[in-house]
Design a protein around this ligand. Structure first.
Ligand SMILES: C[S@@+](CC[C@H](N)C(=O)[O-])C[C@H]1O[C@@H](n2cnc3c(N)ncnc32)[C@H](O)[C@@H]1O
Length: 276
């Protein structure tokens, strides 16, 4: 649309996404006034490995239930609602894409989690929160659209309390060459910014983080992506991330698996601590 200046937001915006998701849920016999995070997981966990990957990262982070958490690039809100539902933590989500923020808010009301989770539109490079507001910052598969990683990680550090932790799931550049496009986060290289795991780690340390855990999850991601690519050859399930992606979703699923297989992309989880 003409009033959107940002090509990343353009990439993620479709039309009537909320209505499309609700129609799919209704078709599956769900009561759309009383949804659970499990009902939504096929569509709102919009990252490699979906819900199991969120569980793995949450277990690495080890929340106690008292934390204030910020989800950067929160998408449709699957991970943030899951953290609130499973651990009882309060979560704020921030995302560039206005349509995703609207859908995240709508789905959160329908899961009855609006007392624990809130969303706002904003840019990860200029987070709309005061310094030292959060005990944990969380981000899954959002940084691959962000070129200025130094600034991104500095912003994440700024909003964390001293000693607070950062939980990341990120796509990294692998040794196999540039990715095949389209992929879920970009139809062309202009909005895809991948760094190697080593480069990313150096940028995080320079921004004021100490690595607590660093876990290569490429193999798990490949298994999940290969399964989804095989399924993409047949009719899609009624509810899935293809509803978000547009007409070329099958090519995206196939390229995701192929990029991991050829080590053009890698995936990692990391837990970092804000140094003082
Ligand atoms: C692949 S989706 C992942 C969504 C969510 N983290 C999840 O795992 O379900 C990437 C998200 O990052 C958001 N994003 C990309 N660049 C951003 C930026 N500079 N600031 C905030 N959000 C951004 C996009 O709008 C999109 O919602």
């Amino acid at each position: 649309m003409a009033d959107r200046a940002n090509p990343v937001e353009d990439h993620y915006t479709s039309h009537d996404l909320g209505a499309v998701i609700l129609a799919a849920l209704r078709g599956m016999g769900k009561d759309i006034e009383r949804l659970t995070p499990d009902d939504l997981a096929p569509v709102d966990e919009f990252h490699g490995g979906q819900r199991p990957a969120t569980i793995r990262l949450a277990e690495l982070l080890g929340l106690t239930g008292t934390e204030r958490v910020l989800d950067v690039g929160s998408g449709l809100g699957g991970p943030s609602r899951f953290l609130a539902w499973r651990y009882g933590v309060r979560v704020s989500g921030v995302d560039l894409t206005a349509e995703f923020v609207r859908v995240a808010q709508m789905l959160t009301r329908r899961t009855g989690l609006e007392g624990l989770v809130d969303y706002r539109q904003g840019n990860a490079l200029d987070l709309p929160f005061a310094a030292e507001s959060f005990d944990a910052v969380w981000s899954q598969n959002a940084a691959m659209n962000i070129a200025d990683r130094d600034r991104l990680y500095r912003e994440m550090r700024r909003v964390l309390k001293p000693g607070g932790r950062l939980a990341l799931q990120e796509v990294a550049a692998g040794p196999g060459g540039p990715p095949h496009f389209p992929v879920q986060w970009a139809r062309a290289p202009a909005i895809s910014f991948l760094f190697t795991a080593d480069q990313t780690r150096a940028k995080l340390e320079a921004a004021g983080f100490r690595v607590v855990t660093w876990q290569d999850t490429t193999q798990e991601a490949l298994e999940s992506a290969a399964r989804r690519a095989r399924n993409a050859a047949v009719a899609p399930p009624p509810l899935g991330t293809h509803l978000i992606l547009g007409d070329d979703w099958q090519a995206m699923f196939k390229n995701s698996a192929r990029n991991l297989e050829e080590r053009r992309t890698e995936l990692f989880n990391a837990i970092l601590e804000r140094t003082l």
